[in-house]
Design a protein around this ligand. Structure first.
Ligand SMILES: [Zn+2]
Length: 152
């Protein structure tokens, strides 16, 4: 065998569909249970940097310390970034465009990525105050919050 590199690269394009199971772990399971049963949005506090992480995580990505203690944060927050997606995607209603935001919930120190609704894309801006809209039939899924809408 020679130590050469092939210059011919094959590319295959085919549809890819898969199902998977996701184990949320104890911290995220508690987060999702409170979201489903009590409409509470919970974070965890990092003992090193003091940040409240939402959604709740077992470890701080900045300090690599295990988080401690639960903190309930508000249903309201501020859009810190957003985008519009014009491509359809499985698992959502395919409203065009789909709007996604990073929301800093009141009482949290991290961004919460979620959908935005009941808002015209031209009215979106960084700093927009928003509030969570919960699904009436919650299942212990991040989509128990349907989306965040502008606060009136
Ligand atoms: Zn930390």
């Amino acid at each position: 065998m020679t130590n050469t590199t092939r210059e011919e690269v094959f590319v295959t394009e085919k549809p890819f569909e898969t199902w998977f199971a996701y184990s949320a772990g104890t911290v995220c399971s508690e987060f999702l249970t409170e979201l489903r049963d009590n409409k509470k949005i919970l974070g965890r506090k990092c003992p090193e940097c003091g940040r409240v992480l939402v959604p709740a995580r077992p470890t701080c990505a900045r300090c690599f310390r295990q988080t401690e203690g639960w903190r309930e944060v508000g249903h309201t927050g501020t859009v810190v970034s957003y985008t519009a997606v014009y491509e359809p995607s499985p698992g959502r209603d395919n409203v065009q465009p789909a709007l996604f935001g990073i929301i800093r919930l009141d009482g949290a120190d991290t961004g919460f990525v979620h959908m935005l609704g009941e808002v015209d894309p031209k009215d979106l801006r960084v700093g927009l105050k928003v509030q969570a809209v919960f699904d009436e039939e919650r299942q212990g899924d991040i989509r128990d919050i349907k989306y965040f809408k502008p606060l009136k």
